[in-house]
Design a protein. Structure first.
Ligand code: FES
Length: 117
């Protein structure tokens, strides 16, 4: 386990996210009402950049490609790829539902740190 400082607490307002690199990995860091969180940056469906997705309902990130949704706090998929109707079913036949990898986040002073195994 290693802690990587990825940004300052002043860098993100509540409801924002930022793409960072840590330990050679692309990671999305989020600041929510519930605190700070981090997940893998690419959607597990066909690797869309979740940094271009939107945060909905205060704690879900929605993929910009086919609208899969994931709980930022746990990485759990709450809705798999569903857009556009019909066409996405072809993709889903060989890209089944997966959760996002999530990473523990610690705030130390004004430093936001992500723990990566
Ligand atoms: S790439 Fe994210 S839902 Fe398809």
């Amino acid at each position: 386990m290693a802690l990587h400082t990825v940004c300052s607490t002043a860098d993100l307002a509540i409801g924002e996210k930022r793409l960072v690199q840590a330990s050679g990995q692309a990671i999305l860091v989020y600041r929510l009402e519930d605190g700070w969180f981090a997940t893998q940056a690419k959607c597990p469906h066909i690797l869309a950049p979740l940094a271009k997705g939107k945060i909905v309902d205060g704690h879900l990130v929605q993929c910009p490609f086919h609208r899969a949704r994931f709980d930022i706090r746990t990485g759990k998929c709450t809705q798999w790829a569903n857009w556009p109707p019909g066409l996405v079913d072809v993709l889903n036949a060989f890209r089944g539902e997966k959760d996002l990898r999530s990473y523990p986040v610690r705030v130390s002073g004004d430093q936001v740190q992500v723990e990566i195994a």
